[in-house]
Design a protein around this ligand. Structure first.
Ligand code: FES
Ligand SMILES: [Fe+2]
Length: 321
């Protein structure tokens, strides 16, 4: 009798789609008035620009006329973007408002726009696979406006993994011992708000050489605020907003703010520590597959909670546990 051997899992056939949510496509200060940029995210080409009045706009890249990329040599004209190929001009609703050599504009001369919001020093877009309107608001990063906190430090890192797998890491206490070589794992709890949307991870590291409490608030896969408290006036926050580039590549963006009282003690060291930590995770991420149905053991409770929580960000509630 012939044995049928099951095909190997491959990254290409096991990774999930992109979860819905708010994603940062640029830092605010990296897009000047009148600037036009090509953005590659969600496995597609996009064009980002800032109008003369200062509004950040994100749209599909390709001109409906003959398909030029509007993010490459497109030009901002007032509150519109002009195509570099034949000069058709599109307003911020995506409608063509001028064809320089024709008085009649076809109805279908329209580009798909993405809902955009600028906040927390970043330009976010709302991604939904079916184009549905935003289902929740962006969080406020209050520390950015507060004088008792330092100016933000920034870091970015591209990692070869699906955004969900990276987010899952924070609910995976066991890997700290094996990947990050920590002597033991501080006691941690994972809870989910009553409405089911926001996940919290709390760790009690009061027994560590630098005793602290950690509280990660996870708003969606790839959007989290991690607060570390050493003492009431000695706190820092790390805000992570990730952007899926494609199904197997994610850009991580960190913003770090520290209470002025402890700036000289932490700050750069912490940012370097985060980047070191990511480097340790890197070989695992670069070579793993996404397991849709992992075999969990009894102690994997926080991972099981994460998998149940994360389903809400996909339109088809996949069986992931
Ligand atoms: S391709 Fe854009 S105007 Fe022709
Ligand atoms: Fe890790």
């Amino acid at each position: 009798m012939t044995q049928i051997v099951e095909a190997c899992e491959m990254k290409t056939n096991t990774t999930p789609d992109f979860p819905m949510g708010w994603y940062s496509v640029s830092r605010s200060h990296e897009l000047l008035v009148g600037e036009v940029k090509r953005v590659y995210a969600f496995d597609r080409e996009l064009a980002l620009y800032r109008t003369r009045s200062g509004v950040a706009v994100l749209q599909d890249a390709f001109c409906p006329h003959l398909g030029a990329h509007l993010g490459v040599e497109g030009r901002v004209v007032g509150e519109s973007l002009r195509c570099p190929f034949h000069g058709w001009r599109f307003d911020t609703s995506g409608k063509c408002v001028e064809i320089p050599y024709c008085s009649e504009i076809p109805d279908r001369a329209q580009i798909r726009m993405w809902p955009t919001q600028e906040k927390n020093g970043e330009i976010y877009i709302w991604f939904h696979p079916e184009n549905s309107a935003a289902q929740y608001d962006l969080p406020d990063l209050l520390e950015l406006e507060n004088e008792q906190w330092t100016a933000p430090r920034y870091a970015e890192f591209e990692v070869p993994a699906h955004i969900q797998d990276i987010a899952e890491n924070s609910c995976d206490p066991v890997h700290f011992k094996y990947v990050h070589k920590t002597p033991d794992t501080p006691p941690s709890t994972v809870t989910i708000d009553d409405d089911g949307r926001i996940l919290h991870l709390r760790s009690d590291a009061s027994q560590s050489p630098h005793p602290h409490q950690l509280h990660a608030t996870v708003f969606q896969p790839g959007l989290a605020l991690v607060r570390t408290s050493y003492a009431p006036e000695a706190e820092m926050v790390v805000y992570n907003s990730a952007l899926p580039i494609d199904r197997n590549t994610t850009l991580l963006r960190w913003t770090l703010c520290v209470r002025r009282e402890i700036e000289d003690i932490v700050g750069d060291d912490v940012m370097n520590g985060i980047i070191e930590g990511i480097k340790q995770d890197y070989p695992i991420w670069a070579n793993k597959v996404h397991k849709q149905r992992p075999v969990f053991c009894r102690e994997d409770k926080t991972l099981v909670m994460f998998r149940k929580w994360v389903r809400q960000f996909y339109i088809e509630a996949k069986e992931q546990v």
